[in-house]
Design a protein around this ligand. Structure first.
Ligand SMILES: [Mg+2]
Ligand SMILES: [Zn+2]
Length: 188
């Protein structure tokens, strides 16, 4: 059982999980929510889950956009979610090039650790939802429950991945239903 009064958190990938995958999204106008994603997040929050996005944003490290542009993208994403009643507790990003060897690019745990320190949740009790091997790698590194969604690159990941997923579902709404089934203690 979770510690009384401590919220469980869902660590969410962004591209291909919440919004439609674009190869290196650098334009706020190209943000498009995946069907049902906002409603799924709204439902999770209503069940008491904390919601944090952890996203690799190598376009910054690649010189394709700056942090101000990424902030615009996240402002747009936040607004589109809010219009459908969903609110995130935080957005954490890794701005580094994949070759930088940083401690935050998924599957490394830096973003999750920062979120845990700021919001006070237990990493091993988290659910990690994403469409890429980096997401499941993160789940495994945290001892958390990993859920692969088939949106974005997920179907491709499901076919190719050598690593083991705890669960594979069609999309974020299905992941939400699964999380709610796996967490009956929160319904009491
Ligand atoms: Mg993704
Ligand atoms: Zn990084």
């Amino acid at each position: 059982m979770t510690t009384a009064g401590r919220r469980r958190f869902v660590l969410l990938d962004r591209d291909g999980t919440i919004n439609v995958e674009r190869d290196h999204l650098t334009d706020p106008d190209r943000i498009e929510l995946i069907d049902g994603a906002a409603e799924a997040l709204r439902d999770l929050a209503a069940r008491g889950f904390g919601l944090v996005v952890v996203t690799n944003q190598s376009p910054i490290g690649r010189g394709m956009m700056d942090r101000a542009r990424l902030a615009e993208i996240h402002e747009r994403l936040t607004r589109e979610l809010a219009a459908r009643g969903a609110r995130l507790d935080g957005i954490y990003f890794c701005p580094h090039h994949p070759d930088a060897g940083c401690a935050c690019r998924k599957p490394a745990t830096g973003m999750a650790e920062q979120a845990s320190a700021e919001h006070g949740f237990e990493l091993s009790e988290c659910f990690v939802v994403g469409d890429s091997e980096g997401d499941i790698g993160l789940a495994r590194a945290l001892g958390a429950t990993g859920i692969l969604v088939r949106t974005g690159r997920g179907a491709e990941t499901e076919r190719a991945a050598a690593v083991h997923w705890d669960h594979v579902v069609d999309d974020l709404p299905a992941a939400t239903q699964l999380i709610e089934r796996l967490s009956p203690v929160l319904l009491a």
